[in-house]
Design a protein around this ligand. Structure first.
Ligand code: KIV
Ligand code: ZN
Length: 391
């Protein structure tokens, strides 16, 4: 059975860069874009060209640089935005214009003081106009998560007729539950004429910590593109984390969904983005956090030393982390101490371990984490004392 391909649309350089303090200059954006291309993302959203001359220039330079991925520029549903995006994407080998408009009741009423009929007209005009520049047009229905499904289906059908190739269904406010978001995709699949000729895309925000779960629910119900960012950066609580969705699809092969990502580059890409965007991921961040493959309790350490699979559902090498780590703390057991001692070339006999372990615990109660030098020191001093007693 051949796997279904899920396109990975990376928006680190657009939605991710909207994070306060994350502003990058063009040279930094180029560095990250080059890495994203190498990582194997299918689409790079390079920026919002009309938003500033700097962003325009970055989209131009990224378009020139990127070899494999499609390069995408964001617009609102107006001609000036679309003109700017089309111009900025001139050098892209595979350009995409991403245009759209708010579709929820709250956006239509408060943002636009408009009506559903007028919003459909604006959406159609925008897609038609963008189509006069490039073939590949993605339409976003902003706040689709809170948009009535029937209206959402109508606007999707209308923009497909104008030539949209991808339909982005953003949960802009991160409000949906996975079941609800999945049902939305299913509803569109079943109720929109022409839907099988376009790609449905998930774009989920993490306000309630559900961005990853919602994106997975989306692809389980027919979407074939996930919009995400490295380290889950993005507006407010962020977007879906690229590394999480990619590893979920890899670790659950029965879902029969696959991506083009070279997962071995995930960890180093995360570090690159942390370094340039200045936002460090929390140690317990899934997949790329410092503790993602670190074991510190005695029970877990004993299991992992016997067989990694007892407490690890992914191989760290698959994401570019050399090996799991056994962290020595006051919660560590004898197995972990013996294991670390062996790693630094100090094999312990059972008698030695019986003497050294209580000393190790006394030390670990004072110091949060015991490093290799500490272990060596404890072993040496206990051995000296044992020698004195013996002589
Ligand atoms: O969250 C959102 O709705 C967006 C759109 C502009 C795609 O970022
Ligand atoms: Zn967004």
């Amino acid at each position: 059975m051949s796997k279904n391909q899920v396109q990975i649309f990376d928006t680190t350089l657009r939605d991710g860069e909207q994070v306060p303090g994350c502003k990058l200059n063009t040279a930094e954006k180029l560095l990250i874009a080059e890495r994203l291309d190498e990582l194997g993302v299918d689409i790079i959203e390079a920026g919002f060209p009309r938003s500033s001359p700097g962003d325009f220039n970055s989209v131009v330079e990224i378009s020139k640089l990127v070899k494999n991925a499609r390069v995408c520029g964001l617009t609102r549903a107006n001609k000036k935005d679309i003109d700017a995006a089309a111009q900025a994407l001139t050098y892209a080998k595979r350009p995409r214009i991403h245009t759209g408009i708010g579709t929820s009741e709250s956006h239509i009423k408060y943002k636009f003081n408009s009506t559903q009929e007028k919003i459909i007209e604006k959406a159609k005009e925008a897609v038609k106009y963008a189509k006069s520049f490039v073939e590949d047009i993605e339409f976003y229905a902003e706040d689709a998560g809170r948009t009535d499904n029937e209206f959402l289906a109508r606007i999707c059908e209308a923009v497909i007729k104008e030539g949209a190739t991808v339909l982005n269904i953003p949960d802009t406010t991160g409000y949906c539950l996975p079941e609800e978001y999945g049902a939305k995709m299913k509803y569109l699949k079943e109720n929109v004429k022409g839907i099988d000729n376009v790609i449905l895309s998930c774009h989920c925000h993490n306000d309630l910590g559900l961005a990853t779960a919602n994106s997975i629910a989306g692809v389980q119900h027919g979407a074939r593109q996930i919009e995400c960012t490295i380290n889950g950066l993005g507006e407010r609580a962020g977007n879906t984390a690229l590394e999480e969705v990619v590893m979920i699809l890899k670790q659950h092969p029965y879902l029969n969904l696959d991506t083009n990502i070279n997962t071995k580059l995930l960890y180093s890409t995360s570090l690159l983005v942390q370094q340039h965007m200045g936002i460090l991921v929390q140690p317990n961040k899934a997949v790329v956090g410092e503790n993602a493959f670190a074991h510190s309790s005695g029970i877990h350490q004993d299991g992992v030393i016997k067989n990694r699979a007892t407490y690890e559902i992914m191989n760290p090498c698959d994401v570019g982390v050399n090996e799991s780590s056994i962290v020595l703390t006051a919660r560590s057991g004898r197995a972990a101490l013996a294991y670390r001692a062996k790693k630094i070339g100090m094999d312990l006999t059972k008698i030695e371990l019986d003497k050294i372990y209580p000393e190790f615990l006394k030390f670990a109660d004072k110091k949060k984490e015991v490093d290799d030098k500490d272990v060596q020191g404890i072993i040496e001093s206990v051995r000296i004392n044992m020698g004195k007693i013996a002589s």
